[in-house]
Design a protein around this ligand. Structure first.
Ligand SMILES: C[S@@+](CC[C@H](N)C(=O)[O-])C[C@H]1O[C@@H](n2cnc3c(N)ncnc32)[C@H](O)[C@@H]1O
Length: 184
């Protein structure tokens, strides 16, 4: 990957490969359950979006990132991967139902990540969250139920939320609300 000072604290190349590449591609088969465009929400240094774009060249992949400095780094990758584009902005401020699949790794606590990701996804698509072993799937399911989402089968380390209908009125809530007043 292109070097960028201060974006990650990873010094050991083997550890960097595991965190940036292998962890990202662990979700490849889940993403392939759903056709269509992909958005990586809170892409940071580009994972999982860049590895997914490289492995799925026929799929359009958008890296959505709130911090301008990080998007400047991410934009360098668009020369190498024509199916990649970068958007600077917050998830809560994007148009609803623009993508088939939203992926997110280390974006926020899973209930918050679910609230940010599900409105971006069209009916029939899914939000796919890379989560830690202690993730509370029950809380995520409660949030999903308020956003026309429902839990799908997923291996350990992932939550898959299938979008079963249009986003209910009132979502996304304004920036900051998902963390301040979590839905579950
Ligand atoms: C901990 S980093 C994870 C980055 C990357 N996905 C990874 O796994 O290494 C979380 C990223 O999400 C971005 N972020 C946080 N809230 C966001 C929001 N509401 N919309 C878009 N990006 C957001 C932050 O700027 C940060 O770059």
């Amino acid at each position: 990957m292109l070097a960028t000072p201060g974006l990650t604290a990873l010094k050991d190349p083997a550890e960097a490969r595991r965190v940036l590449l292998d962890d990202a591609l662990a979700g490849l088969e889940l993403v392939q359950r759903f056709d269509g465009s992909i958005v990586d929400v809170g892409s940071g240094g580009g994972t999982p979006g860049i590895p997914l774009a490289a492995r799925l060249p026929e799929r359009e992949v958008t890296l959505l990132e709130a911090e301008r400095r990080k998007t400047q780094f991410l934009e360098r990758w668009t020369d190498e991967l024509p199916n990649l584009r970068v958007v600077w902005g917050r998830a809560e401020e994007q148009p609803n139902e623009t993508f088939a699949v939203a992926v997110a790794k280390a974006l926020a606590h899973p209930p918050v990540a679910a609230e940010w990701c599900l409105p971006l996804v069209r009916e029939g698509g899914a939000a796919i969250l890379w989560v830690g072993p202690s993730a509370d799937a029950g809380a995520v399911a409660q949030v999903a139920a308020k956003l026309a989402g429902e839990l799908d089968d997923a291996p350990p380390g992932f939550v898959v939320l299938r979008k079963t209908g249009p986003t209910p009125p009132g979502f996304p809530r304004r920036a900051g609300m998902a963390k301040k007043r979590p839905l579950a």
